[in-house]
Design a protein around this ligand. Structure first.
Ligand code: BES
Ligand code: MN
Ligand code: MN
Length: 463
């Protein structure tokens, strides 16, 4: 591993500069004005895979944004690792809250990153994280240390629901055949307490529309006599949780996995400092389902949140109007063994049922995804555990995360292969927010850890 580490050290500046170049491409998948940038980012990844030593790499068209595929097959008797990541990013807005340009990376120190962090949209989610794999692959190749076959599948639609990746996997099932899928698109507890993500929540996402009178009304002439869709929507949404912060949708908890007291206790042994959590967010208190810790609430318990709510006049000054329509985007995070389709159906039925006769309600489902749990008794988990221990000097803890990567359960279903979620970000990296960043130390520790995963995995598979 000395050879590898000196290679990484010698190429440190270039490894950073290349990531900066990738971060400068505004590959926002949700925004059609960035279609060309999506292609540019895909081509960039393809070229870097070739330069890193892939036998082949291609940009494959889909009905949406292209998928980059590349591979290096060294020996069919060796295990094959498929690296998955995404080159698309979330929209950068609200732009005015960024302290630097979202697509012009700069390095700044933070409390959690005293050695500096790269500030840019996608720095942690997921450009910085998947690019660690491209550089680790290059380092293994150039030092003659590559001991597994490698495949790369880097998509451009993760942030908009991976609509075309399932079909892609079906179509290229043989091409994608592998022993394990390795993903860095999650967080660790901290640099002192590394962790491996052993679960992700699922997602059910709906948009609701509440329709009242056939036109906007003067709120003096009609106010008080005609139901206001915005008022009604707020009341309906508020009623979705009771005073104990339990979700009131009928049947919502029916399939929720009951985690034993014993296991919950174990999960809550992971370090968590409530005071610094509150301090970081500048809130006086936390809130959530009664009887559960903050840790439980964001891992083993489902949740419901309004992501956006609008209607009526939101411009400058005051306009006296009773809006004709009001809208909200609502997401529900799901845990094993809830199914997103069923939850969306339960939500729709419930939301229509609680609507007063004075309004009409429309519910439109958006993309969803299933929850997933990763076993910690497999060769691949052990390999990740050993690799992290080698680099961080302490054993990583298993940790379920609250986020979602809907393609992970789909990989299991379509390819029959399990994933390892070996992420190097931190929850405080401001993913999806202004000032997203990724620690420089995290980036290089990731590049060091990945080859060790390969090494341990090959050894364990060989036994
Ligand atoms: N990388 C995140 C998911 C994530 C982040 C998992 C941190 C665990 C810890 C991913 O890019 C993401 O943002 N997923 C979306 C879902 C998707 C369908 C838009 C999410 O979780 O909101
Ligand atoms: Mn991601
Ligand atoms: Mn994301």
């Amino acid at each position: 591993m000395d050879k590898l580490n000196s290679y990484i050290e010698e190429n440190r500046e270039r490894f950073l500069e290349e990531l900066f170049e990738l971060l400068r491409i505004p590959s926002v998948s949700a925004d059609s004005r960035h279609k060309k940038d999506m292609l540019d980012a895909a081509r960039f990844v393809k070229e870097k895979l070739i330069a890193a030593g892939a036998d082949s790499a291609e940009v494959i068209d889909t009905p949406g944004h292209p998928i980059v595929y590349g591979e290096k097959m060294i020996n069919e008797n060796l295990p094959t690792v498929l690296v998955y990541g995404h080159y698309d990013v979330q929209p950068p807005d609200p732009l005015e809250l960024w302290e630097s340009e979202p697509f012009n990376p700069v390095v700044k120190k933070t409390k959690n990153h005293p050695n500096g962090a790269i500030f840019a949209r996608g720095a942690s989610d997921d450009k910085g994280q998947f690019y660690m794999h491209v550089k680790a692959f290059e380092a293994m190749n150039k030092t003659g240390e590559l001991n597994c076959n490698v495949k790369f599948m880097i998509e451009g639609e993760e942030e908009v629901g991976s609509a075309h990746l399932g079909g892609f996997c079906e179509k290229f099932k043989d091409k994608l055949a592998c022993d394990v899928i390795l993903i860095s698109d999650t967080a660790m507890i901290s640099m002192d307490t590394p962790s491996i993500t052993t679960g992700l929540r699922g997602l059910s996402y709906v948009e609701v529309e509440v329709v009242g009178p056939n036109r906007d009304l003067h709120s003096g002439i009609y106010g008080g006599a005609v139901d206001n869709p915005a008022n009604v929507l707020c009341k309906m949404i508020a009623s979705l949780q009771d005073d104990d912060k339990r979700i009131t949708i009928e049947g919502f908890y029916d399939d929720v996995e009951e985690v034993s007291e014993e296991e919950r206790k174990l999960m809550n042994e992971a370090p968590f400092d409530l005071d610094s959590y509150k301090e970081d967010l500048e809130i006086d208190d936390v809130s959530g389902e009664k009887g559960f810790t903050s840790h439980d609430r964001t891992s083993i318990r489902p949740s419901l949140d309004v992501n956006g709510i609008w209607g009526g006049y939101t411009g400058e000054g005051a306009k006296t109007v009773l809006p004709s329509r009001a809208y909200a985007k609502v997401s529900m995070r799901l845990v094993p063994h809830q199914r997103s389709e069923k939850i969306t159906e339960l939500f729709t039925r419930h939301f229509k049922k609680i609507a007063p006769d004075t309004v009409k309600v429309e519910v439109t489902p958006h993309h969803g995804g299933e929850p997933v749990v990763v076993p910690s008794d497999s060769d691949e988990y052990r390999a990740a555990h050993l690799a992290i221990e080698d680099v961080f000097g302490v054993a990583p803890l298993p940790q379920r995360s609250g986020g979602s990567i809907p393609i992970v359960p789909l990989f299991e279903e379509v390819l029959g292969v399990k994933s390892i979620l070996m992420g190097f970000g931190l929850n405080s990296d401001a993913l999806h927010s202004p000032n997203e960043h990724f620690g420089i130390e995290n980036y290089f520790k990731g590049i060091q850890t990945i080859p060790l995963f390969f090494k341990h995995y090959a050894e364990l598979k060989n036994q």
